[in-house]
Design a protein around this ligand. Structure first.
Ligand SMILES: C[S@@+](CC[C@H](N)C(=O)[O-])C[C@H]1O[C@@H](n2cnc3c(N)ncnc32)[C@H](O)[C@@H]1O
Length: 326
């Protein structure tokens, strides 16, 4: 399916004439002290959720942002890097790159800590990143990868993920935010390039979304947020029943997948309430008495399968902020 020309035309228009309702349902950006976001960046916020999380920010990182849009998240990332060229932002749409450059210049007028040189805007494509192997600590994309086709329709998503994996350093992080669907998207919507470009019809089920990351070689994944995104009603979208899309924010780590399968953290915990100070499952998980230990879904299932009265396994909260096992 060749939908790229439609996608590029949609974003050419979106750069020329900002339209809040164009594609995604944006969230209010995180407040960062001393960061003033120009109003044009709010108008050109074409993402869902956020890919900027405090727990990913460390000194001296090299950051890649794919699909720059109006530059809002590139500016937020530059807030943490604060050195020339340390945020690389890639976009194939010339008008979007130009708009992002203008918006970043605007941002420099009201943020004395910021210089537009902090963001290196490059002409390029997620499917063939203009970035060297293993040179990036943190990569991000917001509401772009859901537009791409999967294996059965062309395989662009798999290519884009493999490109992110290629450019990340070992242990590097990939931060993503995309819509997902509760059941596979019907073909008539999947094949509509306009709906795909508007981040409506290319999205995957949660399991498939996580599965493509695992197949690309990301051995550990954190789900940081999952919430309702938008409703596709059955009449307008010619569906048997309404379809409530959600958006997810995830962080995938470039680490080897353990032999017993990937670690996917969705906010589950295990609590030991037995007579001892702690419980050790002899597989690297030590649970202090009465205190929830964050575990990945695989470990949660394994511990639940023990059927012990002194272990309570909690459900996914879809909000994992680190600090658990592994
Ligand atoms: C839905 S918008 C998201 C923009 C931005 N990430 C945000 O959150 O506001 C998609 C962006 O990806 C860009 N884009 C489209 N096709 C692309 C591709 N093949 N590779 C990289 N970027 C692409 C568009 O020009 C646009 O800037």
């Amino acid at each position: 399916m060749n939908y790229h020309s439609t996608v590029q035309e949609v974003y050419r228009q979106a750069a020329r004439q900002p339209a809040r309702s164009l594609c995604c349902v944006p969230q209010k950006p995180m407040f960062l002290p001393g960061l003033h976001i120009p109003s044009i960046m709010h108008e050109m916020n074409y993402g869902c959720g956020s890919t900027v999380h405090l727990q990913d920010m460390t000194d001296g990182q090299r950051v890649l942002y794919v699909g720059v849009g109006g530059g809002l998240e590139a500016l937020q990332l530059a807030y943490f890097t604060r050195r020339p060229g340390e945020v690389i932002a890639v976009d194939p749409v010339q008008e979007m790159r130009e708009a992002a450059k203008r918006n970043l210049q605007e941002a420099a007028k009201t943020n004395d800590w910021f210089d537009p040189s902090f963001v290196d805007i490059r002409d390029g494509d997620a499917l063939e990143l203009p970035v060297e192997d293993e040179t990036i600590d943190l990569a991000a994309q917001n509401c772009l990868f859901n537009i791409f086709t999967t294996q059965e329709d062309g395989g662009d998503l798999e290519r884009a993920l493999s490109e992110m994996h290629r450019v990340l350093r070992p242990s590097g992080r990939l931060s993503m935010s995309d819509p997902i669907t509760p059941r596979p998207m019907p073909k008539h919507l999947r094949n509509d390039p306009n709906l795909r470009a508007q981040c409506i019809s290319g999205c995957l089920t949660y399991d498939r979304y996580i599965g493509t990351m695992v197949e690309a070689g990301f051995g550990s994944i954190e789900v940081r947020s999952r919430r309702p995104y938008r409703m596709l009603d059955r009449l307008r979208y010619e569906l048997d029943e309404d379809l409530l899309l959600e958006s997810v924010e995830v962080c995938a780590y470039k680490v080897a997948t353990p032999s017993d399968g990937p670690c996917v953290f969705t906010g589950r915990t295990v609590i030991y309430t037995g007579p001892d100070e702690s419980f050790d499952d002899d597989r690297g998980h030590v649970m202090p008495r009465d205190i929830p230990l964050g575990v990945c879904d695989k470990t949660a299932e394994a511990l639940a399968a023990l059927g012990r009265d002194d272990l309570t396994v909690t459900e996914s909260t879809w909000h994992y902020a680190g600090g658990g096992c592994c």
